[in-house]
Design a protein around this ligand. Sequence first.
Ligand SMILES: [Mg+2]
Length: 299
Amino acid sequence: MKILIVEDEPISRRVLEVNLVGWGYDVTHATDGHEALEMLQSPDAPTLVISDWMMPRMDGLTLCRKIRQMHVAWYIYVILLTAKGAKADVIQGLEAGADDFLTKPFNREELKYRTRTGERITNLERRIRELANTDDLTGVSNRRAFMEIMSMEMARSRRSGTPLSFILTDIDRFKRINDTFGHQAGDRVLQHFADILSASIRPYDTIGRYGGEEFVVCLPGTDLPQAESIAERMRMNTEKAPFMALEGSEALCVTASFGAAVYTGNPLDTIDLFIKRADDALYQAKHEGRNRVRLQREG
Ligand SMILES: [Mg+2]
């Protein structure tokens, strides 16, 4: 687990660091609130902060307030270092949004167990967030979480001027699988298909379950020809991987159809229009006989 130490005094910083590293934590540090705030913006930033109170440029109290105003999707747990026995400090700190306090100079055991408490709470928060964002059956993002990521990626695409692609895919004749083999087999087909999709993407891509047997893929920094080849790979991998619906039954060939669209940063182009273009392409793929990839129409 990553911890960010924010402390301007080198000796105190060193003591914290040595202890925390000794307990197996992955420690980084900043020397004031400004530096800390910048470090906390990145997606893989630490979620537990141990911050000194008195620091140049930005003190611990201000840092706390700024952290609570930050727009990040995860919780940041803050332990403030305070002077011994200053009740007014604790009240001020709580008001600013601190989760816990450590008095300076600190007691080693207290540091250990207060850090552990923070770790327990941030782990719980992560677990809850994962559960809230994940489709139970397939383990990919649920529709709400996926749409949030898509909006973020569209905003990023507008800022950076890089294309963003989107794939909408649907398992062919899924109803027939359900009707023939039952819903349990149908569920296994959904899991099987989600696994194939997940194996075909890059680490920064996102897969979501859009509903029923429809899945969606968000591909940042990807133009339409690249999206086409990713969709084609997914289509082939699906076709190539026969699925055993029931124990000892005959292998079932599952196929899927794909529609792909690209977003190039036009601010008038909404998320709904973007999805509609992929949906039209998917409709075309189905209409032309399924098990194929179709792209949005030009223009
Ligand atoms: Mg200080």
